[in-house]
Design a protein around this ligand. Structure first.
Ligand SMILES: C[S@@+](CC[C@H](N)C(=O)[O-])C[C@H]1O[C@@H](n2cnc3c(N)ncnc32)[C@H](O)[C@@H]1O
Length: 294
């Protein structure tokens, strides 16, 4: 049985509340195809499965539905330009100023299966003096992608997506049909579950924030709220790196765009007017009471 309107509306509302991902009318095929494996595992059709999840109200099942609707597409050194900028401009610029004794702090937000934070770690290993300490915090909404990132094991197909041979030789070892990341690189990245709708991770300000290929899924108000929170945790001389199809222009005036090579990065600047929309739009699933969803 195909997905009924009531089931589609339930899933779209659940996903919007818990992740801010917009599933507009017309995305029924996407919901069906993403939920099909979960439904099959439960021995149900997709519509039956959604009705069972809705009736059961198990937090675990609700999370599985939301995670199934996230898009986890990623690759090594994705788009090239941000990592060239990191190597040639961002690190040298940061190194011109005083580096805190605690070292450089980097946040890879919405990191998916780890290719982005590990690409950052590989780049920093090349360009930073060994005396500079680095903390790379990598976060995502999805526990499933975080488990894969922590494991640091990749198929040949995944390895072939953007990883230079020299980097593979230096940082990976073959293990059966998979490639295993070095212990050193794995230890350089700390993974933590984090929803971009929630307050940013605690701790000293970040020097670099990679927030790539995730704002595209959100509406304007959500983008503004997230950029505003990132603004608060990025130190004044720091850099924000967005995806190739993303920008702060026309969204949040608290950023100066800096064109670098074929891409751009953003630096926090004083806003012309204080933000009024800096409050959570969507109740966090981690703070919402179980059963609080309809
Ligand atoms: C397309 S991937 C981008 C991965 C990586 N940043 C890159 O550019 O290759 C988008 C990621 O955003 C995560 N995501 C979606 N909504 C989120 C939210 N509200 N909070 C945190 N992560 C979220 C998804 O789980 C997914 O792993």
């Amino acid at each position: 049985m195909t997905l009924t309107t009531a089931s589609f509306d339930f899933v779209a509302d659940l996903v919007r509340r818990r992740s801010a991902i917009q599933l507009d009318q017309g995305k029924e095929y996407l919901v069906e195809s993403r939920l099909a494996p979960l439904a099959r595992r439960a021995g149900l059709g997709v519509d039956e499965y959604v009705r069972a999840v809705r009736a059961g109200r198990s937090e675990h099942d609700l999370d599985l539905v939301v995670e199934a609707l996230t898009t986890n597409e990623t690759s090594w050194f994705r788009d090239g330009a941000p990592f060239v900028a990191l190597r040639q401009h961002l690190v040298p610029t940061l190194m011109e100023g005083p580096i805190p004794a605690s070292g450089l702090r980097v946040w890879s937000a919405a990191c998916s299966t780890g290719q982005e934070p590990y690409s950052i770690a590989m780049t920093l290993a090349d360009v930073l003096p060994a005396s500079v300490r680095v903390e790379i915090l990598a976060t995502d909404l999805s526990e499933q992608v975080l488990a894969r990132a922590r494991a640091g094991r990749y198929s040949q197909l995944e390895m072939d997506r953007g990883l230079p041979t020299a980097m593979r030789a230096r940082h990976f070892r073959a293990d059966g049909a998979e490639w295993c990341i070095s212990d050193e690189l794995r230890a350089a990245v700390r993974y933590q579950r984090h929803n971009l709708l929630d307050a940013p991770p605690a701790g000293p300000p970040f020097d670099l924030v990679f927030l790539r290929n995730v704002l595209i899924y959100f509406d304007l108000t959500t983008k503004q709220q997230i950029l505003s929170r990132v603004h608060r945790v990025l130190r004044p001389g720091g850099f924000l790196v967005l995806g190739a199809a993303e920008t702060t222009i026309g969204v949040d005036d608290g950023w100066a765009r800096l064109a670098l090579g074929s891409g751009s990065v953003y630096r926090p600047v004083a806003r012309t007017a204080p933000r009024t929309s800096d409050v959570p739009l969507v109740p966090s699933p981690f703070t919402a009471k179980p059963g609080g969803l309809r």
